[in-house]
Write a protein that binds this ligand. Structure first.
Ligand code: NAD
Length: 471
């Protein structure tokens, strides 16, 4: 049993003002894995006061001080890598290899990137007689989801620490264990009192307390579109900056010169990774009409060979995070079948032999872009295949979405990949499997307005001051 019953406020582990707990369920077993305390508005008030008090000193700390802290965090993070991985598997069901690999690795990557950038980052820039100075925005409220808990948290706190902000983190209620360990890591590394604070609990209570708080300067939010809209409205009264990283329904375009066996296989496997619970997943697979049946055969085989089961074992896919998420996904699978999509792999219910745990069958449909399952974010292991006639048609389908988080283009002719990538209305385009911690990550349209990762993540937490007549 993991008990996360205290909050981290002003450099100390403290009890909640009003004691109240909630169980955390292991999605693979449906058994209670631990408890968290549910914070109240009064706990947020204390955390905000601590962050406010710490801001004048931390915002004026030197680059070297902040670098020293990040390096100390890095050594603690590395030391507790295994514990973080185990916690992620238990709280949200990612298979052990994924949790210990990519999940914890993404957090480590953002930390390393922040360290590299901080060494060189130009906070001041002279333009003629004016000095443009980039200064920390202030006290930041950070609200994060459960699907990539280390990635979503580290991509916010390390840039914010690097540029001199203070912060209050509200972790996801469904996946609180790994973030609790992260707070312990920060404490052991010597983060100054009040610079980083964490209160666990519900979004409607704590999230709202942060977004409406007059002493919070900025909200960085990663999560669903509907909550993002609510946060924007709540934060408007106090004119906060709001960074939104929201959902997606990204197109994965396989060009007609590509090997279907390789690229459709890879796209299908990628969709099933993390049980399809990835905001930037290529959940609409666009393939040339002339090669449709070939693509269907590959996708069907690839989905059918995904091993699903207990995430502590050697499997490719664990459960989805909760019963609620399982029910939503099952509903979408029913919708796909009732709206006439052709089921190519998977389907309703749990995979054979798995009677307990929120396991979903890796599912693939052939459909059209106007179907519900092609338009809405399912956030589960459900891939839709859509056929296109030519490149213009592929781009038209890809861009015909309310979302614009990511896009993927795979093909042999690199120039064609590049030009298709440029035409996609989305913030992050992967060409033939590209990946880069220094590339900006964030969405167009209803996928949000923020840009995280690399240097772009630093700018999220900076104000720009013009000192005119400086020289
Ligand atoms: P969610 O919006 O339900 O919850 C996200 C966070 O917001 C949680 O911590 C929750 O407690 C909190 N919250 C809930 N109501 C709130 C309120 N009224 N005010 C303030 N905070 C509130 O999302 P989720 O189900 O945890 O995550 C899945 C969603 O996140 C998907 O839509 C996914 O695409 C998106 N996501 C986006 C990115 C990205 O970088 N763009 C990354 C990961 C996940």
């Amino acid at each position: 049993m993991r008990d996360c019953l205290q909050f981290y406020i002003d450099g100390k582990w403290v009890d909640p003002i009003v004691p109240k707990t909630a169980d955390v369920i292991n999605p693979a077993t449906e058994v209670v894995a631990g408890r968290i305390s549910l914070g109240s508005v009064a706990d947020i008030d204390l955390a905000v006061a601590a962050a406010r008090k710490a801001f004048p000193t931390w915002s004026l700390s030197s680059r070297e001080q902040r670098l020293d802290l990040l390096l100390a965090i890095q050594s603690e993070y590395t030391r507790r890598h295994g514990e973080l991985g185990d916690a992620i598997t238990e709280e949200m069901g990612a298979p052990k290899s994924l949790a210990h690999g990519f999940h914890v690795g993404l957090g480590a990557g953002h930390l390393q990137t922040a360290i590299e950038l901080l060494r060189e980052f130009q906070f001041d820039e002279q333009r003629g007689s004016t000095m443009i100075s980039r200064e920390p925005i202030g006290v930041c409220g950070m609200i994060t989801p459960w699907n990539w808990p280390m990635n979503q948290t580290c991509v916010k706190i390390f840039p914010a620490l690097a540029v001199g902000c203070t912060m209050i983190l509200k972790p996801p209620q469904l996946a609180p264990f790994s973030v609790q360990i992260l707070a312990e890591i920060l404490h052991s590394a010597g983060v100054p009192a009040g610079v980083f604070n964490m209160v666990q609990g519900s979004g409607s209570v704590l999230g709202t307390a942060l977004t409406t708080h007059p002493d919070v300067d900025m909200i960085s939010f990663t999560g669903s579109e509907s909550v993002g809209v609510q946060i924007t409205k709540d934060a408007a009264e106090t004119v906060k900056r709001v960074g939104l990283e929201l959902g997606g329904k990204s197109a994965y375009i396989v060009l007609d010169d590509a090997s279907m066996a390789e690229k459709v296989g890879a796209a299908t496997a990628a969709m099933m990774g993390n049980s399809g619970q990835t905001c930037s997943a290529g959940s609409r697979l666009l393939v040339p009409s002339a090669r449709l049946e070939e693509a269907i055969a590959v996708a069907s085989a690839a989905a059918s060979t995904v091993t699903v089961g207990n995430p502590t074992g050697n499997v490719a896919m664990g459960p989805v995070v909760s019963k609620g998420q399982y029910d939503i996904i099952q509903q979408y699978i029913e919708t796909g079948m009732s709206e006439g999509a052709r089921l190519i792999a998977g389907g309703p219910g749990r995979p054979e032999g798995l009677d307990k745990g929120w396991f979903v069958r890796p599912t693939v449909f052939l459909t059209t872009n106007d179907s519900v399952i092609a338009r809405e974010e399912i956030f589960g292991p459900v891939l839709v295949i859509i056929a296109y006639d030519d490149l213009d048609h592929a781009v038209e389908i890809a861009n015909d979405s309310n979302f614009g988080l990511a896009g993927y283009v795979d093909g042999l002719d690199v120039e064609t990949c590049r030009s298709v990538g440029r035409r996609l209305r989305a913030g992050w385009i992967g060409i033939n499997g590209g990946f880069d911690f220094h590339a900006a990550f964030g969405g167009y349209k209803r996928s949000g307005n923020g840009r995280e990762w690399g240097e772009f993540g630093f700018h999220e937490y900076l104000e720009i001051k013009s000192l005119v007549g400086y020289a």
